[in-house]
Design a protein. Structure first.
Ligand SMILES: [Zn+2]
Ligand SMILES: [Zn+2]
Length: 194
C-alpha cells in the first residue's frame, strides 16, 4: 500500500491543496471527501503554492496531477487509514482508485470523482495559482469554530471572543459546546507560520 505524508497540526492529520502551472508544465494536489465532493477547509490562508488545508480522514480522496505540455498523469487515491510512522510522522495509507496515463483512465474513473479530477487538471494549468480550486467554503452551521489568534484570544464563528486566563484552550478547559450559540465547538489553535 502506498503512503502519502501528512502534516500534523495539533494532532490533526492534514494535507494542503497545492500546485499551479501553465501550458508547458504544472502540478496539483486536490483533496475530496468520500463522495468526491469538496471538503470544508481548516483554513484558506495561502502560503506560496499551498492554498487550503484539509483534515484528512479515511475515505477521503487525494488527486495528484502533473503534466508536461498538457500530457497529463493523474493519480486518484483513496485514503484507507491514517497511521503514525516509526519516525512519528503521520501518513495516509492509500489505494489507487484510477490513473490517467497516455490519454486514458485505467480503470475507468468513477463519475463521482470526475469533478475533483477536473479541478486537478485546471489547477495544474492555472498560472500564478493563488487560491483553492476545490474547497467547500460555505460557512458551516453544524459547529461553532473557535480560532485562536496570536495573542491567545479565541474568536468564534457566532461572533464571540474569549480569553482563557490560564492560556488554555477549549479542549483543555473542557468546553464541548460554545457557550454563546450552544453548538458543538471545534477549535483551531494559533499556528506559528515560518
Ligand atoms: Zn488557480
Ligand atoms: Zn458559538
Amino acid at each position: 500500500m502506498r503512503r502519502i505524508r501528512l502534516e500534523k497540526i495539533h494532532n490533526t492529520p492534514t494535507l494542503w491543496e497545492k500546485g499551479g502551472g501553465g501550458a508547458r508544465a504544472g502540478t496539483a494536489v486536490i483533496i475530496a471527501d468520500s463522495n468526491g465532493a469538496p471538503k470544508q477547509p481548516m483554513n484558506t490562508r495561502s502560503m506560496g503554492v499551498r492554498h487550503a488545508l484539509f483534515r484528512i480522514e479515511p475515505g477521503d480522496h487525494v488527486i495528484k496531477a502533473n503534466h508536461r505540455n498538457l500530457h497529463f498523469n493523474i493519480k486518484v487515491y483513496r485514503v484507507e487509514r491514517v497511521i503514525t510512522g516509526t519516525n512519528h510522522n503521520l501518513y495516509a495509507e492509500v489505494s489507487l482508485v484510477s490513473e490517467y496515463r497516455m490519454g486514458k483512465w485505467n480503470p475507468p474513473l468513477p463519475t463521482y470523482l470526475e469533478a475533483a479530477a477536473d479541478a486537478a487538471v485546471k489547477k495544474a494549468t492555472c498560472s500564478h495559482c493563488s487560491a483553492a480550486h476545490y474547497a467547500d467554503t460555505a460557512p458551516r452551521t453544524d459547529v461553532c469554530i473557535w480560532e485562536e489568534d496570536e495573542d491567545g484570544t479565541w474568536w468564534t464563528t457566532c461572533g464571540g471572543s474569549f480569553v482563557f486566563v490560564n492560556g488554555g484552550s477549549p479542549t483543555e478547559d473542557r468546553f464541548a459546546y460554545c457557550p454563546y450559540c450552544g453548538r458543538p465547538l471545534e477549535e483551531y489553535c494559533y499556528e506559528e507560520v515560518e
